[in-house]
Design a binder for this molecule. Structure first.
Ligand code: PLP
Length: 215
C-alpha cells in the first residue's frame, strides 16, 4: 500500500510539473498498534505523524532509540503542560498556533534539529485549532521575536468543502512570509494537495484502512 500511495504522489507531482523536491509521506499512526508501526519502520519507512503526545510516547519511545533517523511529527493540538514531553519525543511540531504555546516551547529549549510549523485555520472554523489567516503575520512576528524558528505551514480544510482553494491559500500565505514547506493533504485529498504544492501529506486511512478513523 505504501508503494501504491507513493506512486500516486509521484504522479500528482508530475501532473503539476513539480519533480524537484520529493513530497514526504507521513504515516499517521493514531489508533494503530506499536507492532504496526514497528513493521513499517523495519520496512524502511521513516516519517510518522501522531496526534497525541501520550499515545505517541508509548509507541515510539522504544523505537526511537534503535532508529535514530526516525522523524516523528506532532499533528494534533498541543497543550502547554505537555510541551516538555512533546519536545522530548517529536522532531517536528506542526501545530504551533498561539503565543502561549510559543512561549512554552521556547522556555523548554528545543533541540537544534527540531522544526516547527504554524497551523492555519484556513476555513476559520470556530471549533478547529490553528491561527486565523488574518492573525498569521502577527503570530509569525511573535515567533521571530521569541526565537522560535518556523519552517512551514499546516492546514486541515473544512470537511465538506472542496479542499483545493484551501491548499492554494495556504501556499499563498506561506509565500508571503518566505515559507516553502506545506503540510497539507490527507487520505481523501492528498493528490489535490500535491498538485497545489504540498510538500508533506499526512495519510492514515489510505494506508491502514478505515480502522484509523479520523478524530
Ligand atoms: C488523522 C489525521 C490525519 C490522517 O487522516 P486520514 O484521513 O486518515 O488520512 C491527517 N492529519 C491530521 C491532523 C489528522 O488528525
Amino acid at each position: 500500500m505504501l508503494n501504491e500511495l507513493k506512486d500516486k504522489i509521484t504522479k500528482a507531482a508530475r501532473v503539476a510539473g513539480r519533480e524537484g523536491r520529493p513530497v514526504v509521506l507521513l504515516a499517521v499512526t493514531k489508533g494503530q498498534s506499536a507492532d504496526t508501526v514497528k513493521a513499517l519502520v523495519e520496512d524502511g519507512h521513516r516519517h510518522f505523524g501522531e496526534n497525541r503526545v501520550q499515545e505517541a510516547a508509548a509507541k515510539y519511545g522504544p523505537l526511537r532509540e534503535a532508529y535514530t533517523d526516525l522523524r516523528l511529527h506532532l499533528i494534533g493540538p498541543l497543550q502547554t503542560n505537555k510541551v516538555r514531553d512533546a519536545l522530548a519525543l517529536f522532531d517536528v511540531i506542526e501545530t504551533v498556533d498561539r503565543p502561549e504555546l510559543v512561549d512554552a516551547l521556547c522556555k523548554a529549549e528545543p533541540r537544534e534539529r527540531q522544526q516547527f510549523y504554524v497551523q492555519v485555520n484556513t476555513g476559520e472554523e470556530p471549533q478547529k485549532a490553528g491561527v486565523s489567516p488574518a492573525g498569521l503575520a502577527e503570530l509569525l512576528a511573535y515567533c521571530e521575536r521569541a526565537g522560535l524558528p518556523i519552517s512551514g505551514l499546516m492546514c486541515i480544510p473544512p470537511a465538506g468543502q472542496p479542499p483545493a482553494p484551501h491548499f492554494a491559500f495556504l501556499v499563498e500565505l506561506g509565500k508571503r512570509h518566505g515559507l516553502s514547506t506545506f503540510s497539507m493533504g490527507m487520505s481523501d485529498d492528498f493528490e489535490v494537495a500535491v498538485i497545489q504544492g504540498s510538500t508533506e501529506v499526512r495519510l492514515g486511512r489510505a494506508l491502514f484502512g478505515p480502522a484509523g478513523l479520523p478524530e
